[in-house]
Design a protein around this ligand. Structure first.
Ligand code: PNS
Length: 172
């Protein structure tokens, strides 16, 4: 079952998400996961229950700017099913970050659905670092839209771009 995917002999992990926008929590998972594989593909996907603030191209750009140069990491997008994307890239490992119990039910459902669609696919969960357990793209957007300080929540290199996009100065 793994034969085609193991042909390269390389361990390829896929880290999928909305990344709307990438946060320091995501970056922490990327930096830790890349140490465990030969290649990490960060894949910007569509979550049909979310209306993104950033376009797919903007999200990819922000991720690339956050990561900097790293030959082991590829940043791309996908449409359609994650299982098909994984197959196309000869990967059988999905990496997801887990923050709190509140994440568990949704992630558990996704992992089981993906396993049901492709029994050769494994989802590995990485616990968030404690500093980022409260952090999400949604809270970053909420703070930025209201002109708050997002220092420490997103990579320094992209902080200004996020503020420029989201903070509409009110003339009051
Ligand atoms: O960061 P998110 O919003 O939790 O990311 C969710 C994402 C994009 C990884 C997920 O919605 C996804 O995999 N979408 C593609 C469609 C799919 O394969 N869904 C799972 C089976 S129903």
């Amino acid at each position: 079952m793994f034969s085609k995917r193991m042909v390269t002999g390389k361990m390829i992990f896929i880290y999928p998400g909305s990344f709307d926008p990438i946060t320091n929590g995501h970056l922490d998972i990327i930096n830790r996961a890349v140490k465990l594989c030969d290649k990490l593909i960060v894949a910007v996907g569509t979550n049909i229950s979310k209306k993104p603030a950033f376009s797919v191209e903007e999200r990819i750009e922000l991720i690339k700017a956050s990561i900097g140069e790293n030959d082991k990491i590829e940043v791309t997008s996908f449409s359609g099913l994650l299982v098909d994307f994984a197959k196309k890239h000869n990967s059988h490992i999905i990496i997801k970050g887990l923050r709190a119990v509140s994440d568990f039910e949704y992630e558990f459902q996704m992992a089981l659905l993906n396993k049901n669609l492709d029994s050769g696919l494994e989802t590995l969960f990485m616990m968030t670092s404690v500093n980022y357990s409260f952090l999400s793209s949604s809270v970053v957007k909420e703070i930025a839209i209201n002109g708050g300080d997002i220092e420490g929540l997103v990579p320094d290199r992209i902080k200004d771009r996020i503020m420029e996009k989201l903070f509409v100065r009110k003339n009051v």
